[in-house]
Design a protein around this ligand. Sequence first.
Ligand SMILES: Cc1cc2nc3c(=O)[nH]c(=O)nc-3n(C[C@H](O)[C@H](O)[C@H](O)COP(=O)(O)OP(=O)(O)OC[C@H]3O[C@@H](n4cnc5c(N)ncnc54)[C@H](O)[C@@H]3O)c2cc1C
Length: 506
Amino acid sequence: MSNEEAHDLFVIGGGINGCGIARDAAGRGYRVALAEMNDFASGTSSAATKLIHGGLRYLEHYEFRLVREALMEREVLWSMAPHIIWPLRFVLPLQKGGLRPAWLVRLGLFLYDHLGGRKLLPPTSNVDLKRDPAGKPLKPMFTRAFEYSDGWVDDARLVVLNARDAASRGALILNRTQVVSARREGSLWRIETRDVDGQRAVHWSRMLVNAAGPWVDNVIAGVLGRNNVHNVRLVQGSHIVVKRKFTDPRAYFFQNPDGRIIFAIPYEQDFTLIGTTDRDYTGDPRKVEISGDEIAYLCDAASEYFAEPVKPEDIVWTYSGVRPLFDDGASKAQEATRDYVLKVEAEEGQAPILNVFGGKLTTYRRLAESALEKIGEAIGVRGRPWTAGSHLPGGDFAAGGQESLVASLRARHPFLDPRHAERLIRCYGSDATALLSGATDVAGLGRHFGGTLYEVEVRWLIEREWALTAADILWRRTKQGLYLTSEDVAKLEDYLEGAVDRLKAG
Ligand SMILES: Cc1cc2nc3c(=O)[nH]c(=O)nc-3n(C[C@H](O)[C@H](O)[C@H](O)COP(=O)(O)OP(=O)(O)OC[C@H]3O[C@@H](n4cnc5c(N)ncnc54)[C@H](O)[C@@H]3O)c2cc1C
């Protein structure tokens, strides 16, 4: 295999970091391949709190570099993908005799407003909870709050849109394909993969990128065959979803007596998302799930604030993920750095590898740019940074233009239920029209699977977004799982069995 025939980069991992690096690199003209062993975003990247945020809490740990970079990314990412990313205001109720005095919180918010290039997002303001609707669902003891800006992201869609864009720029994107071994042969990597049908294949690449998130050390140990590997600290975080606790479009930032914080966020039209927790994790990242203690912790913490308590029986869904934090030796899980670390190993004359440790959804684009700098140093520079100012698929409309897009989709397809139209724009942006493929009435949407999920969307997800299973469709490409009954899911599974093969066969 000659250098000219090999890929320039082979990326292990289809989470946000792998897909972000693959997209950036493909756009600069590198020959890129990426393998994801399961589904895109099936690891940590669909289990986040889903905030595009500077991380107000990280100021307490003096993570100024990270906070500044993340704050600056908020508006960059919003204009890159205004369908899946939008601003969110947070109401932070103040407590008399709380852990942090009001002046300290205000100082943090002052820094937050001024550290990171805020142009469109409104600044911090004071809220009188006795008059403002934000006070309504809270206990009457909360009378004052601050309100500040951050952003919301559909995390799993952010990943798949990066994968789609990378593919449209020439990257070879392999879903459900595990990297089972990687060995250096001279100046190239020989990479062996195994796909979902057990088929093995060999790929050659000038450089390897290990973006395996919580599996990053497993890849170094198992795939590359090294001993005594310990770079990341795995920290579990869980969320609960309950029926909507409040109608206000703002989210809440609650401070807990243990010094931690949790969020309560409007979620998927009819729900409230509450999270998260922080606890060290040692098991298989794929098997992580919420514990009874975490459920009790989240219910209790939210019930300190809401007038109507949150009870375990209110929970309609939970999810858990594992943060792959770079191990900086911090004593508590919540104090471990949230910043990312990129390390290149490149012995003279040998094919290089870049290992990615840590990283946030919010900083994925900057992480990819930093990775590309290191890749350029290792195998030669190609292209220039280009992703700031670019659009992800469906995101080619003005930030803040969601409502007019919904209106024009409804004007073109008047039979669409308004909630359906809104969801389609929030998932697919300007691609929603193509997805509906000229349907002129409800029958034109094909089979109805429950919620607002129709055959036309399922086909799009199989054909354009690598969806194979009901979980891919219901819990990652969409969150329609919140609306479907178990009979609905069985119908979808039946449909998928035949449809995936038929559609793939063309
Ligand atoms: C509870 C929680 C809340 C969070 N909240 C936020 C937030 O609000 N905002 C924010 O910005 N960030 C947040 N984060 C952080 C963010 O979600 C993660 O940092 C990010 O998703 C990590 O992405 P990744 O690509 O590194 O890892 P992953 O998403 O886990 O991707 C790694 C992928 O590698 C694949 N893989 C592993 N081994 C192999 C192999 N041998 N071959 C092929 N594929 C392989 C895995 O299947 C996996 O899909 C949160 C994280 C958690 C856990």
